[in-house]
Write a protein that binds this ligand. Structure first.
Ligand SMILES: NC(=O)C1=CN([C@@H]2O[C@H](COP(=O)(O)OP(=O)(O)OC[C@H]3O[C@@H](n4cnc5c(N)ncnc54)[C@H](O)[C@@H]3O)[C@@H](O)[C@H]2O)[C@H](O)CC1
Ligand SMILES: [K+]
Length: 504
């Protein structure tokens, strides 16, 4: 699914209106109907306060007010003079508002509002038409609303948030629990500095014409369940006469003194994600726990007791190699990594300390085999690529890095994003904040390595792996409504996540 810019969405809007054909007022009605459908399906609240502006986002809000009223809900409207003109469709929806709905005008002179605590607060002040940061009484009004305890829903985009441009520092933005967004999530909802204001995102289909979207140039995509399923199912069902050799032999280079757990987590994930065979290269200090916790794995031992060193093991039989989880930064481990980069014959996944070693030896980046997969969290990426002023600069750095070194860069976090050497970025919608616990990355590295070993291309292995990892995290979180989950809890759900991806 493409993540178009605000101007492309406006263009798609126009094309839909002229070619479908549908009038703009009817498109607005569809948008409002979809919002009300979502509200009725997801909330049992009786009272709603609509904050509507004077542009088309405000028009959506006024239509939502009418439709909720028609459903027997208690509705109150604050009509906010946020722009000198009233859009035509907003005016029509103002005229359509039933007289029973109380409406109060708010402007610079009169901006007092009282919202009962039990009322759900719906923000339809600004949509994607926002052209400058909110100031003065409007900014003060939003700050006041943000301090209220009410459940808050933003329509299309939280007011004050830019759709696709760098957000000026200190901007005032409506802080939503949910954002009901039309057609697609907007880029800034998926980025760390602004995304928090959107809360949970629900994408509502309002029937914009897909054939025109297809032709619009775009480098940003949101992974959809259907796309990930179709990629995963390319290698399914498993042949009846399959044997362990059919699904590849993975090598994980992981662990050091005090970090044997990382190798155990990566190993378990690699097995559950379907590698046919698994060997780990580990230091002897991790030998016993690994043999006990993961009896399925074979072990190669480093000749150094507590860390990995270059022992000239033969890696030629492995179909994929994952390196880095808990390996530490010992200088002999660094030599090992350099040697691996120079000699690797199988696709590589570089995680954690493998990335930190690269950051300490930037010259070695040129040794990265083409199409290697790097899986940094933001701090690791900063060590590799330098710091950034805002999320958009971080996105540019990620794209540039992937293109320069012809590798895939996964920037981990909420809406983890995957940069390809061709300049595309895929955002991942699965996962949740309960997954912010140590060891989650080790699990992910194991999963991606297993998918590579089974023969998926680096791009598909990475996208499927990230999606499945987040999905398993969502299943584990939902099982107990947990605030935090451990990687072990996620591992338990991994087979279910893959099973879900294996059915159409
Ligand atoms: N295809 C769709 O997605 C559909 C979208 N709809 C809704 O329409 C809005 C976009 O509406 P638009 O009239 O273009 O703009 P806004 O309502 O966001 O803004 C109103 C108006 O305000 C002015 N303005 C901009 N910035 C500021 C500012 N900082 N201070 C004061 N005034 C400002 C500017 O002139 C704007 O025009 C979209 O988000 C959807 O909610 C359709 O209803 C359905 C189809
Ligand atoms: K809004």
């Amino acid at each position: 699914m493409k993540i178009l810019s605000a101007s492309q969405i406006r263009e798609l809007d126009k094309l839909t209106i002229s070619h479908k054909p549908i009038s703009s007022i009817d498109l607005m009605e569809t948008a409002a109907c979809e919002c009300v459908k979502w509200i009725l399906q997801n909330l049992s609240t009786q009272n709603f306060t609509i904050l509507a502006g004077r542009g088309n986002n405000g028009g959506d809000g006024l239509a939502i007010a009418r439709l909720l009223h028609n459903q027997g809900k208690e509705v109150e409207v604050f009509w906010i003079e946020n722009s000198p003109q009233i859009s035509i469709d907003c005016q029509i929806n103002h005229e359509r508002l039933p007289k029973e709905i109380p409406i109060t005008l708010l402007n610079a002179q009169n901006c007092n509002l009282h919202i009962p605590a039990e009322s759900v607060c719906i923000d339809a002040i600004f949509g994607v038409g926002l052209s400058r940061p909110l100031e003065g009484w409007l900014a003060d009004l939003l700050k006041k609303i943000n301090n209220l305890p009410n459940l808050k829903i933003a329509i299309d985009i939280p007011s004050g948030m830019y759709a696709d441009q760098p957000q000026p520092a200190e901007s005032t933005i409506f802080r939503a629990n949910y954002t009901l967004t039309f057609h697609q999530a907007k880029l800034n909802m998926l980025l760390p500095q602004t995304g928090n204001f959107a809360g949970k995102i629900a994408v509502l289909d309002i029937g914009l014409l897909k054939e025109y979207e297809r032709e619009m140039p775009c480098n940003y995509f949101l992974l959809s369940e259907n796309l990930v399923k179709s990629w995963y199912q390319e290698r399914l069902p498993r042949p009846i006469f399959a044997h362990k050799g059919t699904f590849g032999h993975s090598l994980l280079v992981a662990g050091s003194l005090g970090k044997g757990g990382a190798s155990i987590l990566a190993a378990k994930a690699c097995l559950l994600a379907g590698t046919g065979l698994l060997t780990l290269l580990v230091p002897p200090c991790n030998y016993s726990p690994l043999q006990t916790a993961v009896p399925e794995a074979m072990l190669l031992l480093s000749s150094a007791q507590n860390y990995i060193r270059n022992d000239n093991h033969d890696f030629s039989s492995f179909k994929a190699v994952g390196v880095g989880c808990g390996i530490g930064l010992h200088e002999e481990t660094q030599v090992f990594l350099k040697n691996l980069l120079q000699k690797a014959q199988a696709p590589l996944v570089l995680d954690a300390d493998a990335l930190n070693i690269l950051a300490q030896n930037p010259d070695w980046l040129s040794l990265l085999p083409v199409n290697s997969i790097l899986t940094p969290h933001p701090k690791e990426f900063e060590r590799l690529a330098g710091s950034w002023q805002n999320d958009h600069e971080a996105l540019e750095k990620q794209t540039a890095f992937a293109q320069k070194y012809h590798c895939f860069v996964l920037f981990k976090g909420a809406y983890s994003r995957i940069a390809t050497p061709q300049g595309k970025i895929f955002f991942n919608p699965t996962g949740n904040p309960a997954m912010a616990t140590g060891g989650m990355g080790d699990v992910l590295a194991g999963i991606i390595t297993a998918l590579l070993a089974q023969g998926y291309s680096p791009e598909k292995a990475l996208c499927i792996g990230v999606y499945a990892h987040g999905l398993a995290g969502d299943l584990a979180q939902q099982k107990r409504n947990a605030i935090a989950i451990t990687p072990t809890m996620l591992l338990e759900e991994l087979p279910i996540a893959f099973a879900k991806l294996s059915v159409s």
